[in-house]
Design a protein around this ligand. Structure first.
Ligand code: GAL
Length: 512
């Protein structure tokens, strides 16, 4: 018997189900199942063992879960099961008749795990995102709690698909949308990422929410410009994240006699050498989530080309054949040579964890890493702009969007409006490691890093992140730019990588 883990359990079951097949939402088939009997979980019970006992099949535990969750909505003496693998002694189950269970299994679609979670008097709210790490979920859960208080009759389904930067989520979501099996709302980066979902076909504008909530008055102009695509708003932003942050472990810096964070790439490598000499692993690098390498490289590009030069890469003003791009590639190659060799086996969160645990000294990562430091209650960390980027803020923003076929559109719209509210943003962002998208948040609720980020956002040159949906079309960002960078991380062939980056820009419509 395992212990209930409220925070992660729903994520786990959904991640499991969703990683096998695309998810969807529809009216839950559990609604009609009555309890033929109740059962109280005893030691050494497992749901599959119980389904074998009641229905003669170890695979028939889904109706037990669905019926119990549905019953829980009216009667809290029944359990709420987030994850079929995490149940506890003493929980009361609703056991439908064999006929009801079989009927449920006939229509149950594992692509539609929402059916397992019951439906309140006002239906469900299925929220799709890739926020499965500690700081990410902690933040999201704050908005869920607020939503639940305001909409007690709606059952919230947290439909996450793990994989940083949405590497797995985006493709699976598109399949769901095309198949007519949409969540009610989903995580969408501000910027050109919306093109992934054929705006107007699978995702619809939320201009009316901007009007009714007065959002044009509370979000900054730079961000509004990033959010507008073909004259419409497609998502309501919940935050502003910064891509170009160098995180470091203070104890390890002290151990190696390093007084200040490196500001330039020369200083960075000198620092890395000192750390090595002191027996400290200088750099933690991830790669398993499929975005960490291209993320690091965008920050190296910004630091090498400067704000205008970097921005120009995405508008045709800066040529990818520029000698500074060559410099950036050489710097990246050198950076990798200081990092853990197993970077392909580590997610961004695992790489951050190395810094938290004092197993590596530095890591370049977006400030969702601040959410991880906060969740781990770590105070032994410092930060700086990644080398060469002082005065530059490589920006991205998470928003919530509305699928054309959201099964519960009224609930979805209430959620999207709430994501833009002051209360939601003040509760979400301090845990997530981002600053508010709104301009009127109370900064005293934010930690020192976030206060510094807010100050920088107000005065820095703002440039768009390519890895997180803002700077380029999805095709260019992934097939062109990212593929070239990921290949380069293995091959180390600078000329070949630069030629591939040039070709990607040409392919995107920017003759070089
Ligand atoms: C980004 C996203 C952040 C964070 C990060 C790691 O794309 O905007 O909110 O979740 O990925 O998954």
């Amino acid at each position: 018997m395992q212990k209930k883990s409220v925070l992660v359990s729903l994520l786990l079951v959904l991640a499991l189900v969703l990683s096998m097949v695309p998810s969807a939402s529809a009216a839950p088939a559990s609604a009609g199942m009555a309890c033929a009997q109740t059962y109280t979980i005893a030691a050494a019970d497992w749901l599959s063992k119980l389904s074998d006992k009641f229905y003669g099949s170890i695979l028939a535990y889904w109706p037990l879960m669905a019926a119990t969750n549905q019953k829980n909505l009216e009667d809290k003496t029944f359990a709420h099961i987030d994850n079929a693998d995490l149940i506890d002694v003493g929980w009361k189950l609703c056991v439908p008749s064999k006929a009801d269970a079989e009927a449920f299994l006939k229509t149950f679609d594992p692509n539609n795990p929402a059916a397992l979670f019951g439906s309140g008097a006002k239906g469900q709210l299925v929220v799709g995102s890739w926020w499965t790490n500690a700081g990410e979920f902690a933040g999201l859960n704050e908005i869920f709690k607020q939503y639940k208080t305001q909409n007690p009759d709606v059952e919230i389904v947290n439909a996450t698909i793990a994989g940083g930067a949405g590497t797995n989520f985006k493709g699976q979501l598109l399949t769901q949308l095309i198949g007519g099996k949409a969540p009610d709302s989903f995580q969408l980066h501000a910027g050109l990422e919306v093109e992934t979902y054929s705006p107007g076909t699978y995702v619809v504008p939320v201009d009316d929410i901007y009007t009714s909530a007065g959002f044009e008055k509370v979000f900054p102009k730079d961000l509004l410009a990033m959010l507008k695509y073909k004259d419409h708003y497609w998502g309501v932003p919940v935050n502003i994240h910064r891509s170009n942050v160098l995180w470091y472990n203070k104890t390890l810096f002290a151990k190696a006699g390093i007084a200040a964070a490196p500001a330039t790439w020369d200083e960075f490598f000198a620092t890395a050498d000192k750390l090595k000499a002191a027996g400290v692993a200088p750099v933690a690098l991830g790669g398993k989530d499929g975005f960490e390498l291209q993320h690091t490289f965008e920050d190296i590009l910004a630091g090498t080309l400067g704000a205008e030069g970097y921005k120009g890469l995405w508008t045709g003003k800066t040529k990818w054949s520029d000698a500074k791009v060559t410099d950036a590639l050489n710097t990246f190659k050198k950076y990798i040579s200081y990092a853990n060799a197993d970077h392909d086996a580590l997610t961004w969160a695992a790489a951050t964890q190395l810094v938290i645990d004092g197993k590596a000294a530095m890591n370049i990562m977006g400030d969702w890493a601040n959410g991880q430091f906060t969740a781990a209650k770590s105070t032994d960390y410092g930060w700086a702009s990644s080398p060469g980027t002082k005065g530059i803020f490589v920006a991205l923003s998470d928003s919530f969007a509305l699928p054309a076929k959201a099964p519960n559109p009224a609930n979805a719209k209430a959620w999207i409006a709430q994501a833009g509210s002051k209360a939601a943003q003040e509760a979400f962002n301090p845990l997530k490691g981002s600053i508010c998208a709104r301009t009127d948040c109370d900064l005293s609720k934010f930690n020192d890093y976030l206060k510094s980020s807010a100050a920088d956002w107000a005065k820095d040159a703002i440039v768009p992140s390519v890895t997180h949906g803002a700077a380029a079309t999805p095709k260019w960002a992934t097939k062109g730019y990212a593929d070239a960078v990921v290949l380069f991380a293995t091959s180390g062939d600078v000329a070949k990588a630069q030629a591939a980056l040039v070709a990607a820009a040409v392919d995107a419509g920017f003759p070089q």
